[in-house]
Design a protein around this ligand. Structure first.
Ligand SMILES: Cc1cc2nc3c(=O)[nH]c(=O)nc-3n(C[C@H](O)[C@H](O)[C@H](O)COP(=O)(O)OP(=O)(O)OC[C@H]3O[C@@H](n4cnc5c(N)ncnc54)[C@H](O)[C@@H]3O)c2cc1C
Length: 680
């Protein structure tokens, strides 16, 4: 890695073992929050109550170990984790966290920087690394509301429990009748990462770039510089591919910081999934190749079986750069814009309960993600005029911020019960001392699996009206189903109602299964978000408007038939699979297996894969919904850009982490280009 040495010069350190060893803890469900918070302060109150009540419980459990676990060591550690305080008070596991102090000689941040980045998340981490790498040096401040990642977030198999911790913003969609019926309060859960590294610290680590047509169409809408060839060079730039079979192909990167590898542990079920795909006309391919559509092994942002977050890839190696200042646990509340010149010149933020302001010489960049970036714009007076006026926010620029929102909904309910044992990844098999040792020593074994996800496949349904071979469905093959931990952390990570979940999945607890989650990649339904009020600590109101376009349901229903065909293929025959038709409480009036049963099941067990986009939509001036131009500059304001997944203007065949990193890379180049000849 390249870092600055003590004398502020570049130094190269040869070290490819820059991942940390340590301890492993297994997910036990946390005590539930009973309320659906719309404000962080409410969340903290719930959490405080939970912690207060947990002490004696903890002691009790410490002595009487969970009957579900067979291993005393792992169990004891997990009891400790699952009950540790989740608020921002010093917690007992802080010693497992990474740290990012200000560089030597600085006791506090400066009053003014060249660039202020709001949000040290997935895109923000890349941006910060690139803007601080050149000489003459620009001074960069990153303001991040979360704290650094910890050893717990390193363990891929722990991702569900990490999503229950203070590493997330616990947003919830507003109630929409007829969908999310199995979710608590019938409201789908939309968590986002709250950490240095952002959502890349809590996500499933799947690395997907999208089809060439996705990006070519974005460019054809008037977004110059964003066609596939132009974005490909940025995907290549950040990637360090460790996928043996594909790493030397021209479209893969080898010299970047972001390690991408196949998950080292595989069950036979992924082989059956790929073989079933081939039987049904879907070749086994590198699904990130520009010219291939088919099925493949999961490609994950991991380094030797440990999570490779954006912070670990792009910030950790550069933490000694003297021009990179990172404030964690600091929450931006507003961008300050001169009402006459319309120039953004400062950011207001809260740290340690104190409101502060930092000025900016060149540009302020919002990288706070698809919910917080539009929220901050609106709080700063940039947004739909009527909406801002109704909340008493002075309007500086009338833009359609938040009025477009696409998401990738998914259905995890096509499940085959297997007449075998030991085929899928059930919790007691994963949470063992031997697996812990194997992961610590070699970065291998069952703890490297990303929630049981092993394969990905793309297909185009017959209801798609796309003239080209662009998929509208992604299948995600699981070595099991959401039953993996019998209604524990996996269920809770989507905030699914326990009684409803038990009714559906109960018969599968402890049983071997295979399932393929269906994700709708090209939704036609469009949601939006708006402010709840003018309080920066309130959660915005989030409207998914899921399945409001009939084609979306039609595509999901057809995808179910595809998955059933796969499960019934000869490739799976050795597992003697039987299609499981769960008893959905809302669907009792429908014949199990009929289209109306499946439609009801989809409406019940609907989840999102958390790919909200377009809330700060990129588009040409002629686009009435555009918030930023193709160089990511906010229309009507000087010195303000948005660089994160909120700018992606239309759905793509990609989970959104790799695109966010690509946007960080491209955003950095656009900014550097602007200030190329400026010396300050
Ligand atoms: C549970 C889950 C699983 C996912 N799995 C995958 C996957 O496997 N593969 C994939 O490609 N995608 C996945 N995604 C989506 C993907 O990870 C995100 O879309 C992507 O990481 C978003 O990047 P971003 O830079 O836009 O925002 P983020 O990474 O979310 O960064 C935003 C940052 O801004 C900070 N912030 C917000 N508000 C403020 C404020 N007011 N002041 C200061 N800081 C602030 C946040 O704390 C955060 O660190 C998943 C998402 C979730 C939630």
């Amino acid at each position: 890695y390249k870092i600055y040495d003590e004398d502020d010069e570049f130094a190269t350190v040869e070290d490819d073992t820059d991942y940390r060893g340590g301890r492993i803890l297994w997910p036990y469900p946390l005590k539930q929050n009973n309320t659906d918070s719309t404000r962080d302060s409410d969340t903290f109150r719930d959490i405080e109550e939970m912690v207060r009540g947990a002490v004696s419980e903890r002691q009790r459990r410490f002595l009487h170990l969970s009957p579900r676990s067979k291993n005393m060591v792992v169990d004891t550690m997990m009891q400790f984790v699952s009950q540790h305080p989740q608020n921002n008070a010093k917690d007992p596991l802080d010693f497992l966290r990474d740290t990012y102090p200000l560089p030597k000689g600085y006791s506090s941040p400066l009053d003014e920087y060249d660039y202020v980045i709001v949000g040290g998340g997935t895109a923000g981490s890349v941006l910060a690394a690139r803007l601080t790498e050149d000489k003459p040096k620009a001074m960069v401040l990153v303001i991040e509301a979360g704290r650094p990642e910890s050893l717990l977030t390193d363990v891929p198999a722990l991702l569900s429990v990490v999503q229950l911790d203070d590493f997330v913003w616990p947003y919830t969609m507003e109630h929409q009748p007829g969908v999310c019926l199995a979710s608590r309060d019938q409201r789908c859960y939309w968590p986002r990462g709250k950490a240095l590294g952002g959502t890349s610290v809590i996500n499933y680590m799947l690395y997907t770039r999208g089809r060439p047509q996705d990006w070519d169409r974005i460019a054809a809408d008037g977004n110059y510089g964003w066609n596939y060839d132009e974005v490909l060079k940025y995907y290549i730039k950040s990637e360090k591919s460790e996928i043996k079979k594909y790493k030397n192909l021209p479209y893969r990167g080898r010299d970047g910081e972001l390690t991408v590898e196949n998950i080292s542990f595989k069950t036979g079920l992924v082989e059956a999934f790929l073989a079933a795909g081939r039987e049904n006309g879907h070749p086994t391919v590198d699904y990130n190749a520009p010219d291939q559509v088919g099925f493949g092994y999961v490609q994950a942002t991991q380094i030797k079986g440990h999570r490779m977050s954006a912070a670990k890839a792009f910030l950790h190696p550069h933490k000694r750069r003297r021009n990179l200042h990172i404030l964690t646990d600091a929450r931006a509340t507003k961008v300050i814009i001169d009402p006459q010149s319309k120039r953004a010149y400062a950011v207001e933020y809260v740290k340690d309960g104190v409101k502060r302001t930092v000025r900016c010489r060149r540009e302020i960049i919002l990288s706070a993600g698809p919910i917080a970036s539009p929220q901050l714009l609106m709080l700063s007076g940039i947004g739909p005029e009527e909406h801002l006026k109704s909340l008493g926010i002075p309007v500086l620029v009338n833009l359609q911020v938040g009025r477009v929102l696409y998401d990738h909904i998914a259905f995890p309910g096509v499940i085959f019960k297997l007449n075998t044992t030991n085929a899928s990844l059930l919790e007691p098999k994963v949470a063992t001392f031997a697996n812990l040792i194997q992961w610590l020593q070699f970065g291998e074994g069952l703890l490297t699996t990303a929630g049981g996800i092993e394969g990905i496949g793309y297909l185009k349904t017959s209801v798609s009206q796309d003239p080209e071979n662009v998929p509208d469905i992604e299948l995600i093959s699981m070595a099991g189903s959401l039953n993996l931990d019998s209604g524990g952390a996996v269920r809770e990570s989507w905030r699914l109602s326990k009684p409803i979940f038990d009714a559906i999945y109960g018969p599968l607890y402890g049983k071997d299964t295979w399932s393929a989650v269906i994700m709708l990649t090209q939704p036609k339904s469009k949601g939006y978000l708006e402010l709840r009020d003018s309080n920066p600590f309130s959660h915005p109101k989030l409207y998914g408007n899921y399945l409001t376009e009939p084609q979306d349901m039609a595509a999901m229903l057809e995808a179910i038939k595809h998955v059933i065909r796969l499960g019934q293929s000869s490739a799976f025959a050795k597992y003697d699979p039987k299609l499981f038709l769960g008893e959905y409480p809302a669907c009792k009036n429908f014949v199990p297996g009929s289209d109306s049963y499946w439609e009801c099941a989809i409406r019940s067990m609907m989840i999102t894969l958390h790919h909200q986009i377009a809330t700060c939509k990129m588009g040409p001036l002629s686009d009435p919904y555009a918030v930023v131009d193709p160089e990511l500059r906010v229309y009507g304001v000087d010195g303000l850009r948005v660089v994160d997944s909120s700018v992606i203007p239309r759905p793509t065949n990609a989970h959104t982490a790799a695109p966010a990193i690509m946007i960080g890379e491209k955003g950095a180049d656009l900014i550097k280009q602007t200030w190329l000849n400026v010396v300050s």
